[in-house]
Design a protein around this ligand. Sequence first.
Ligand SMILES: C[S@@+](CC[C@H](N)C(=O)[O-])C[C@H]1O[C@@H](n2cnc3c(N)ncnc32)[C@H](O)[C@@H]1O
Length: 274
Amino acid sequence: MGSEVVRADGDWLALREPADAAARAAGLVDALRRVLPDGRCLVVHDLGSGTGSMARWLAPRLPGPQRWVLHDRDRDLLDRAATRPPPMAADGSAVTIERRLDDITRLPPESLSDADLVTASALLDMLTAPELERLVAGCVRAGCPVLVTLSVVGRVELSPSDELDRDVMDAFNAHQRRATGSGTLLGPDAPAATVAQLDAAGLAVTTLPSPWRLGPDEHALAAGWLTGWVGAAVEQRPELEPVAAPYARQRLAQAQAGTLRVTVHHEDLLAVPR
Ligand SMILES: C[S@@+](CC[C@H](N)C(=O)[O-])C[C@H]1O[C@@H](n2cnc3c(N)ncnc32)[C@H](O)[C@@H]1O
């Protein structure tokens, strides 16, 4: 069992931000607008906010004044969030942010009590089952809509295909489900568990796919993703190393040449109290 707390890298989050923005399911935002209160300042709590990419994406898609509360355990990422605040709301209203350094799986019951909306993005796979249960319980207690985007589901497609794709994907998924100091991570099992728990708590849950589709224009992101994907697979299954090294070299050359297409599947969900 490793003892590490899984950390996100700020430069990696910046590199992926445009692809994340293109991938999130706009259809769920249309549904969200219909259930949010109007006529007052919206309070949005973003859990595992990182540098605030969710606020930069969603705030300008919602009307009216908004106060975003960004929660993360990583001070460096929260500091970056302060340097890139979200733009104005859809109707030009002001959007403000407040940053809170905390563990989102151990939030005091009152911390989300003022929420009109709870959001999270690219978060769920990093949680253990007990952490997810506490997180979902907090969201349910908040009694407001919950929008969770870009949860990895463990499926990846590369074109052109290669006979090693499947082995690397399986090893990567096993790495996502590894034991850490906090327990065994849910990895790609997290989205289904989240839907089941929100549904059992009586919320109406809608899901939509939100894949990254990386082509020649996204070759830098594809290369960064590939390096991390193969690296995690080899860390999990060191016996893959002799074949994974030439595989990675070939895939990176294809990304550089603009001949590689990568689809990384994700799922978004919107849960609304009935
Ligand atoms: C992959 S990053 C995504 C960041 C951001 N939501 C985005 O879409 O760019 C996951 C974030 O969740 C945060 N995180 C993970 N577990 C956490 C916990 N238990 N408490 C607070 N933050 C956590 C990490 O520090 C990291 O910033």
